[in-house]
Design a protein around this ligand. Structure first.
Ligand SMILES: Cc1cc2nc3c(=O)[nH]c(=O)nc-3n(C[C@H](O)[C@H](O)[C@H](O)COP(=O)(O)OP(=O)(O)OC[C@H]3O[C@@H](n4cnc5c(N)ncnc54)[C@H](O)[C@@H]3O)c2cc1C
Length: 364
């Protein structure tokens, strides 16, 4: 039976897919870092580093039957994967789930790994405590949540949230953004809409400086957070034949999430793949079951093309934007407020659930 599945990248896509397939297929998960980074908690971890240890989870107990190999994938071909140390892992199917990079200190950066992430967290945390004025450029989910987390935990900071859009979350029904705007203002956050920061001098690290906005306004800040979106880690895919790199560096895929027309057994999913979904964990809730079903069928002899193509989330997938543990808004077919957001995300940041999934018992 051709059932060796290699998954490159142990983020939520890689881990959840490996967990779904292990025991039914021969699964090998390749991950460069020593710990899983539970990203939804990394925003609050900047303000409350005491949650960092619960947010960085060792892979030791993540899989029961599958194997986790720590290494950096450098080359994929139709037969497997080459690692940076020169070793090779052969497989029948390869799923590239190398995800995306984001500004410090929310994700582990390149070679700096988890130690580097801990160091960055400490440094930025100290800068937040020392800062009087904090500017956040970009009012997507990360920027908005960051503003809310800081305002909720340390109310005496002057926080300016800057967006080049004329409203918050313009793609969602108006009530969602309007209500969040009201809550942020009530928490003392100044929200500047419809203005671009023209001179962001770093896109990947917070820094002190003066921002010039498109209307000429200048904002001096002790700390400026760039929060302008993720960039996919598609380097591993870029060298495959026929691969097209699209927006935010994501690799385009066909209807069965395959990036190369020449390699029908190589897949790309999660943030790295331009598949019609946004770069969110919510999107993975659709992609993981679809991939699992495809693999369970193909290892039993079905052709991939006989399987139903992947269908991305339609308009307005669910989103939860906490503003600290008790406030925020969630959109699931309608706008839900503080209580629902706190229960679904704000209070625990899904830390208990993720630790449990990764086989770590937090009560010990
Ligand atoms: C601050 C922040 C907060 C967020 N909060 C939420 C939220 O609350 N809800 C939500 O739905 N979405 C959230 N997101 C988005 C979400 O984190 C991503 O959509 C999700 O992590 C994507 O999962 P992934 O597995 O595709 O990639 P990633 O999470 O990026 O994981 C990729 C993994 O691959 C590894 N890797 C990369 N290259 C290689 C290689 N060559 N060899 C081996 N390993 C490699 C990396 O180390 C990493 O572990 C947030 C994003 C950010 C930045």
């Amino acid at each position: 039976m051709n059932n060796r599945i290699i998954i490159v990248g142990g983020g939520p896509l890689g881990v959840d897919l490996a967990r779904g397939l292990e025991g039914k297929a021969d699964v090998t998960l390749i991950e460069k870092n020593s710990h899983y980074v539970h990203i939804p908690a990394m925003i609050r971890a900047v303000i409350d580093p005491s949650i960092l240890d619960r947010s960085l989870i060792p892979y030791d107990n993540a899989l029961k039957h599958g194997k986790v190999v720590h290494g950096y994938g450098v080359k994929v071909d139709g037969e497997g994967l080459e690692l940076a140390d020169g070793s090779r892992i052969n497989g029948d199917y390869i799923v590239v789930a190398t995800g995306s990079s984001y500004a410090t200190p929310f994700k582990a950066k390149g070679e700096e790994g988890i130690d580097g992430l801990r160091t960055a967290n400490k440094k930025v945390h100290e800068s937040v405590l020392a800062a009087k004025t904090i500017a956040i450029v970009g009012a997507g989910a990360v920027g908005t949540e960051l503003a809310g987390e800081i305002a909720s935990a340390i109310p005496d900071k002057k926080i300016v949230l800057i967006s080049n859009q004329n409203s918050l979350f313009p793609d969602l029904p108006e009530k969602f953004g309007r209500s969040l705007l009201g809550k942020l203002k009530a928490m003392g956050v100044e929200v500047v809409l419809g203005q671009s920061a023209e001179n962001l001098s770093s896109l990947d690290t917070p820094y002190a400086g003066t921002l010039t906005l498109s209307d000429g306004q200048r904002i001096e800040a002790d700390l400026i957070f760039p929060a302008i979106g993720a960039r996919a880690n598609s380097e591993l895919l870029a060298t495959l034949p026929d691969v097209e790199i699209g927006r935010a560096n994501r690799a385009k895929v066909d209807a069965w999430l395959r990036p190369s027309s020449k390699l029908s057994n190589v897949f790309a999913a999660g943030d790295v793949s331009e598949n019609g979904d946004l770069m969110t964990i919510v999107a993975l809730a659709k992609q993981v079951p679809w991939l699992k079903n495809v693999f369970l069928n193909v290892i039993n002899g079905k052709s991939i093309e006989s399987m139903k193509p992947y269908v991305p989330w339609k308009k307005n997938p669910p989103i939860a934007v906490p503003l600290g543990p008790k406030k925020g808004n969630t959109y699931i077919f309608m706008t839900l407020g503080n209580w629902a957001t706190s229960m679904m995300k704000g209070k625990d940041l899904v830390l208990s659930n993720r630790n449990k999934k990764m086989g770590r018992d937090l009560s010990i």
